[in-house]
Design a protein around this ligand. Structure first.
Ligand code: SF4
Length: 80
């Protein structure tokens, strides 16, 4: 069995991030994991619904690029 960062980190909740900082930490841990590609492949095959798997964030069963903020999306665009 391979020791992976998500099995050895004291607070594995970062793999189910609530903030952008937690997401960044989880993705940095996945980036140095020896089974990243296999993990992501398995996550897709198994249809995981949420969390960071193989460095990819999933929400509601779909891969997403960033953590959504709580609440409704803005109705108007904001200046960058
Ligand atoms: S790639 Fe998968 S096994 Fe490796 S740390 Fe990330 S979630 Fe854990």
């Amino acid at each position: 069995m391979t020791n992976t960062p998500c099995t050895t980190i004291p607070d594995a909740d970062v793999f189910f991030p609530e903030t952008a900082e937690q997401l960044a930490l989880a993705q940095s841990l996945c980036a140095r994991c020896p089974v990243t590609a296999t993990c992501l492949e398995q996550a897709v095959t198994l249809g995981v619904t949420d969390g960071v798997w193989g460095g990819q964030l999933f929400e509601r069963g779909r891969p997403v690029t960033e953590k959504r903020r709580p609440g409704r999306p803005r109705k108007t665009a904001t200046a960058a």
